[in-house]
Design a protein. Structure first.
Length: 489
């Protein structure tokens, strides 16, 4: 038996189900990038709205590349399980807000038609950092991105999110259809503003009037999204099936904590998300800085340090007193760069520690390490810049960068292979062999990666020297030995 509309009634009473009639739900939101994070976060808030009777805000899911989510969810009428895990406990809930998932490359025309449908009033995105074709150094569009050239040449059958959105906005403009709100839910600084910039720069390459329309008529609220969502494993599928008494091809997991802060600028209406727990703010930046720098920055640090030292899960790494000491020191150094009061930031970090300690989540350091080259600039290097400019200490962050460099070398500290999952970084051919090259030479080679380090940091002699010192120490003592020898860092 498999989860679907017809089998819902067979689920046991301990499992929460959509408490509304799914057959009357009509779509109002189209989501690009229907991965686990969207399903464990935004789709849950919307599920609560549907349950309160806001029936015209259903979600149409889209995958921009892979077919896996569609193959798992469509035979289940879009239904899936959310397993919320706290150390030692689990709550299961069936989410019904997504009607189904389409795969963009299989029928780009169908997605464009859907995006042009006046019923779609909000388009939400979780397309990951690399989906924005953004130059992380300048914040502008990477005009050399292959998808940009492809989509400019084939506007009716685009490949990238930007290509789909600009073409759909143009079609709506030409038919006098009200534009949609574009709501980025990715971990990028000022994600709304970033999306607006790359989208208008891309549109300018097509048609200046269209670019002006986007600038003047479309709204791009920024949002801060937060929930730790580990990738689902086959073991998770098996335990979920046992608890449901039926198969769910792709349940998603999450921690109890969840937060969504959005700027309230929706041009074509929105569901009453505040009643589902969303916070609305004039300016999301203080929240987003706090989250990107305190959570995501230390997540990427734990990923690099944990992988080098053989910690498979975040909970194991944070249980290691050396890693924990580094992270606590990291927070102390980053908090002065935030615009929120220090006591609020310390309170957030105290809660973060508990979240990291959640032993039921099995959140893999390897998962966080994926696409690290796309994450480091905004998570770690940007607060380093602030610290350097203000003369504030930033050794733990520099140490994190050195650990990342070391983790790109293909081997952990015990000599086990350390596979990389970072396609943009792997396209770089200039990496020296970290086992044989002189340590300073390795750091010099990495500093040539301007897409990561920009032009300014490599020229900052103090930064380069401290990075070399940290890297040299990791190369000779292993990452834990290096933390120990520098204690207090
Ligand atoms: C993580 C994030 O994988 C990663 O890069 O840092 O997915 C993190 O778990 C979320 O942003 C938490 O809200």
């Amino acid at each position: 038996m498999r989860l679907s509309n017809t089998t819902l009634s067979k689920l046991g009473s301990g499992i929460a189900k959509p408490a509304y009639d799914r057959s009357v739900i009509t779509p109002g939101i189209l989501h690009l990038g229907t991965g686990a994070f969207h399903r464990a976060h935004q789709a849950v808030y919307v599920d609560d709205c549907l349950a309160r009777g806001e029936t015209d805000w259903g979600i149409v899911g889209t995958s921009l590349r892979s077919t896996e989510t569609r193959d798992a969810l469509n035979p289940q009428d879009g239904l899936y399980t959310l397993a919320v895990r706290d150390s030692g406990s689990e709550d299961l809930r069936i989410i019904g807000s997504i009607s189904g998932v389409t795969v963009a490359p299989e029928d780009p025309g169908a997605l464009l038609a859907r995006l042009s449908d006046p019923a779609i009033r909000i388009v939400t995105l979780t397309i990951t950092e690399k989906g924005y074709a953004v130059d992380l150094g300048s914040g502008g569009l990477r005009q050399d991105h292959p998808d940009v050239a492809h989509d400019l040449a084939n506007p009716g059958s685009p490949r990238s999110a930007l290509g789909f959105l600009v073409e759909a906005i143009d079609r709506r403009r030409k038919t006098g259809t009200r534009p949609f709100t574009l709501l980025s839910c990715d971990n990028l600084p000022q994600n709304g503003r970033t999306l607006r910039r790359v989208l208008t720069e891309y549109a300018t390459l097509r048609d200046k009037d269209l670019a002006a329309f986007i600038r003047g008529e479309i709204s791009f609220p920024s949002s801060m999204v937060d929930r730790i969502v580990p990738s689902t494993t086959d073991a998770d599928r098996a335990t979920t099936a046992a608890a449901l008494g039926m198969t769910d091809a792709w349940p998603v997991l999450g921690e109890p904590f969840t937060q969504w802060v959005i700027e309230d600028r929706f041009i074509s209406g929105r569901p009453r998300l505040e009643e589902s727990g969303v916070e609305f703010a004039e300016d999301v930046e203080p929240f987003e800085h706090m989250k990107l720098r305190l959570l995501n920055g230390t997540h990427s640090t734990i990923a690099a340090v944990g992988r080098l030292s053989g910690h498979e899960f975040v909970s194991q790494a944070i249980g290691d007193h050396l890693v924990r000491g580094l992270i606590e020191h990291y927070w102390q150094c980053v908090i002065p760069t935030l615009s929120i009061p220090a006591d609020r930031a310390f309170d957030y970090t105290r809660k973060l520690l508990t979240r990291y300690e959640n032993t039921s989540l099995h959140h893999r350091t390897a998962q966080i390490a994926s696409d690290a080259s796309q994450k480091l600039p905004q998570r770690i290097l940007s607060p380093i810049r602030d610290c350097l400019a203000r003369g504030l200490p930033c050794d733990p962050q520099i140490f994190a960068v050195a650990a990342w460099i070391r983790s790109c070398g293909g081997m952990d500290d015990r000599g086990n292979p350390l596979p990389l999952n970072d396609p943009p970084f792997q396209a770089w051919t200039g990496q020296p062999d970290q086992r044989s090259a002189p340590p300073d030479g390795v750091v010099d080679a990495f500093l040539g990666l301007s897409a990561v380090f920009g032009e300014d940091l490599p020229r900052n002699e103090g930064f380069a020297a401290r990075l070399k010192q940290a890297y040299g120490s990791i190369a000779s003592k292993g990452v834990l030995g290096a933390i120990q020898s520098r204690s207090p860092l």
